[in-house]
Design a protein around this ligand. Structure first.
Ligand code: UD1
Ligand code: UDP
Length: 397
């Protein structure tokens, strides 16, 4: 069986690594990298570090508007599908690469398998929500991380080809935790070994592209860093916005231009004089470039608490038993909130501070999102899927 797998963004490299490891034992996989993420620390580092096979095709679409980026991916993916003629197209998550892969395949009547199907935030202002809804409705095989994802699909009338397989990120994390313990020196590099610290990430458009929300989050992180270190690996989208706002960015035009060629955040906290919109940045607000997966997992594991708007990191926090504050108004990973391990604060400075200082510390930690063997179940579902049945259902509709 020949599978074309489509990835393009950081979390997809991590998910695909877990599945490819199993898939390639019995099937032929052709890997397309759309090029949605392209910086070394957003792409290459994952291929180098966690043994993802090199892409067979890199479309190098780069950044752009949703329309331009998706259109460019569609054209590129279509050409590869025509040449490769796969039995299945495998897509992950909810990025523009996911949507383009699913749409290109569906138009060529190639069945689509969607890993992380059925997630919903019920917020159509999120580009990811549009991507996942459309992808699910185009997919013949829906590989769900949870029972609630299965229910979400059923409510939309999707009941065929649905498999609760668990979350492939749990498989990936299991591997990474073992390797990170030996390989990562990040705690020493950042000076947080044997010290309680917080770990923060922010990259959702709803937070980065709204200056009020971004400033409120930064304000909270700054306040928190006066009491304990806050390690903040900065996503390039966020870095761009922070620089536009004059936060954590050199003041003078001359230095600002230099900072474009020499990364401004390489572990160097900005000094008080560099901050225009926040009164003071403490030395212990530790900005870093985006990290490799092993360093990130090492930092997550020892953090006292994690503050994030990332989907993947909310789950990793849960699996590692680290309380999480989610800097969003809603989450797709509702079980992490229901168990008390994750608190939704939106972008309110006061709510974030309250959650960090007074958030729940639950005693129970039920297993969520599978058992670390989701990849095997995905591959089994692919092997045994009734593609002809799915196709004829599609054509009857
Ligand atoms: C994308 C996904 C999001 C996912 C995230 C994972 C969509 C709509 N969004 O968001 O669901 O959670 O990836 O990290 O697909 N940039 C660089 N270098 C890079 C990549 C991006 O500088 O290697 C900058 C560019 O200015 C770009 C911006 O970041 O315009 C946003 O990148 P993009 O891939 O469009 O969306 P993400 O915010 O990364
Ligand atoms: N991650 C990483 N380095 C970082 C930030 C995140 O390796 O600097 C990993 C993180 O551990 C998780 C994944 O990237 O496995 C989450 O990706 P991201 O937050 O970009 O996207 P999302 O999950 O929100 O789609």
């Amino acid at each position: 069986m020949k599978i074309v797998t489509i990835v393009g963004a950081r979390p997809q490299f991590i998910k695909a690594a877990a599945v490819s490891r199993v898939l390639r034992q019995t099937m032929r996989e052709i890997l397309i990298h759309t090029g949605q993420h392209y910086d070394k620390n957003m792409s290459d580092v994952f291929f180098d570090e966690i043994g993802i096979p090199a892409p067979d095709h890199n479309l190098r679409v780069g950044s752009g508007s949703h329309a331009a980026q998706t259109a460019s991916m569609l054209t590129g993916i279509d050409a590869v599908l025509l040449a490769e003629k796969p039995d299945w197209v495998l897509v992950y998550g909810d990025t523009n690469s996911t949507l383009a892969g699913a749409l290109a395949a569906a138009k060529r009547h190639i069945p689509v398998a969607h890993v992380e199907a059925g997630l919903r935030s019920f917020n159509r202002r999120m580009p990811e929500e549009i991507n996942r809804v459309v992808t699910d409705h185009l997919s013949a095989l829906l590989l769900c991380p949870s029972r609630s994802a299965v229910k979400n699909l059923a409510k939309e009338g999707i009941v065929h080809g649905v498999h609760p397989v668990g979350d492939v990120m749990a498989d990936a994390l299991d591997h990474a935790v073992k390797r990170a313990a030996g390989d990562s020196t990040v705690l020493d590099t950042l000076g947080v070994r044997d010290r309680p610290y917080l770990l923060a990430t922010v990259h959702r458009a709803e937070n980065t592209d709204d200056p009020i929300r971004l400033k409120a989050i930064l304000g909270a992180l700054q306040k928190l860093s006066e009491q304990e270190p806050v390690v903040f690996p900065v996503h390039p989208r966020t870095r761009k916005r922070l620089m536009e706002l004059g936060i954590a960015n050199p003041k003078s035009r001359e230095t600002r231009d230099k900072s474009k060629t020499c990364p401004a955040f390489r572990g160097i906290p900005p000094s008080a004089g560099q901050v225009q919109n926040l009164s003071r940045v403490s030395r212990d607000l530790k900005f870093t470039d985006p990290l490799g997966y092993l360093d990130m997992v090492r930092l997550e594991k020892s953090a006292r608490m994690i503050l994030t708007d990332s989907g993947g990191i909310q789950k990793e926090a849960y699996w590692l038993g680290v309380p999480c504050v989610t800097l969003r108004d809603e989450t797709e990973w509702t079980e992490t909130v229901l168990t008390g391990w994750n608190t939704l604060t939106g972008a309110s400075t006061a709510a974030i501070l309250h959650a960090v200082h007074h958030g729940p510390r639950p005693k129970r930690h039920p297993a969520l999102y599978g058992d670390g063997h989701a990849a095997s179940r995905c591959v089994k579902a692919l092997r045994t899927a009734d593609v002809r049945g799915q196709r004829s259902k599609g054509s009857e509709a």
